[in-house]
Design a protein around this ligand. Structure first.
Ligand SMILES: *Cc1c(COP(=O)(O)O)cnc(C)c1O
Length: 391
């Protein structure tokens, strides 16, 4: 069997995003031991870099050695015990995943449902919190990648605090792409992913736990249902002044990559990164609208990094994605769940949020849609993108 050679792609879907050459180079360095003092130094630096990315002073800030879904599970299994109640906001796939995890822990999920493509409605959350004064946790997804809608974490956090809840926030797609202020908003257990706006390889889940969350963990009556994700065991590995006890073997090279991706974010600056995502989103929007396509999410709640676009009548959406991939080397995303077959999801994340990528995806979409018989003026969409860039 020949060696596997990965094709070159332009990743403009819901993640992974394009990984920068600097991150790939970091990944390819020699593997060292996970208790090597140099690796421990890398772990310490990664913690500081993550504190910056999350805007927190939380000591318990580190990457879980598994993808974003493991970060989600880590937050919930540590804060909830069987019999506990959690108010879970569901306005897309990932809110639904949180609800399922609460159920598997043996907790009760009080579900606040909102239509896919809209943000979580704070009024409904307040009503649910009033009706369930014993709820221990309020959980929501800031950036719903399945729809492209952003929920207002600052407002939801205020409501959760007013009702004495611990706050669990999914920031997998939010981190690095859109404002996120863990300490200012008082979030308690926050998890993210590496392959969205950080543009790192998939497989790690940065998390951060507040002192309030760690106090709640100490007061548990039952042990955490997961051994691997038990924060009280992980604490000995990721903190504890160079007294790192063996817990598991961290994915060494993936951690090199994360350190480099976070260094790139710090060099650019968070505010600049948020502004860059917005700038390229606006250019994409100009192109999408020139193609006669419309956004699923109302402008005020649109995530710059995840653009859900309605599929025009008479277009075979899967054939478009296939042609984009096979002939143009571009990946865009399909709809998930109730939005399957109805939308495309174009990611503008991290290293993919660049002018050349926006021009490429809009130009290719124009070519493919025209070839499929859509009445579009050749070059009009890319001209609209150039105009949005002022060039
Ligand atoms: C991608 C994603 C996840 C899951 O991350 P994986 O790394 O795929 O496990 C969770 N929540 C949101 C909002 C996501 O976009």
């Amino acid at each position: 069997m020949p060696a596997f050679t990965a094709p070159l792609r332009t990743l403009m879907g819901p993640g992974p995003s394009d990984v920068s050459p600097r991150v790939l180079a970091a990944l390819a360095q020699p593997t060292i031991g996970h208790l090597d003092p140099e690796f421990i130094r890398l772990m310490d630096e990664t913690k500081v870099l993550l504190q910056y990315a999350f805007q927190t002073k939380n000591q318990m800030t580190f990457p879980v050695s598994a993808p974003g879904s493991a970060g989600m599970e880590c937050a919930l299994v540590n804060l909830l015990e069987p019999g506990d109640k959690a108010v879970v906001c569901v306005n897309g796939v990932f809110g639904g995943r949180m609800r399922d995890i609460v159920g598997r822990i043996g907790g009760t999920a009080i579900v606040v449902e909102d239509t896919w493509g809209t943000p979580v409605d704070p009024q409904k959350v307040e009503d649910a919190l009033k009706q369930n004064p014993s709820a221990k946790v309020l959980a929501w997804v800031q950036a719903e990648t399945s729809t492209g809608a952003e929920s207002d974490s600052a407002t939801l956090a205020k409501l959760g605090h007013a009702h004495g809840c611990l706050l669990v926030t999914d920031t997998v797609t939010a981190l690095g792409g859109t404002p996120l202020k863990v300490d200012e908003w008082g979030l308690d257990a926050v998890y993210s992913g590496t392959q969205k706006c950080l543009s790192c390889v998939p497989g790690l889940s940065p998390v951060t736990f507040s002192e309030r969350a760690l106090d709640a963990v100490k007061k548990r009556k039952t042990p955490c249902v997961s051994w691997f994700l038990d924060i009280s065991l992980l604490m000995g590995y990721w903190s504890g002044e160079n007294r790192r006890a063996y817990h598991h073997t961290a994915p060494i090279n993936a951690n090199y990559a994360l350190h480099e991706a976070l260094t790139i974010l710090r060099e650019e600056g968070l505010e600049n990164s948020w502004a860059r995502h917005r700038k390229h989103h606006l250019a994409l929007r100009a192109g999408v609208e020139a193609l006669g396509l419309s956004f699923v999410v109302a402008e005020a709640h649109r995530l710059p990094q995840l653009n859900s676009i309605s599929i025009p009548a008479g277009v075979d959406e899967a054939a478009v994605r296939k042609t984009l991939l096979n002939e143009h080397g571009i990946e865009i995303g399909a709809g998930l769940g109730s939005m399957a077959g109805k939308i495309w999801r174009i990611g503008v994340m991290g290293h993919s949020a660049r002018q050349e990528n926006i021009l490429k995806v809009v130009g290719a979409l124009e070519t493919v849609l025209r070839a499929m018989g859509q009445k579009l003026d050749a070059g009009a969409a890319t001209a609209a993108v150039r105009k949005a860039y002022g060039s």
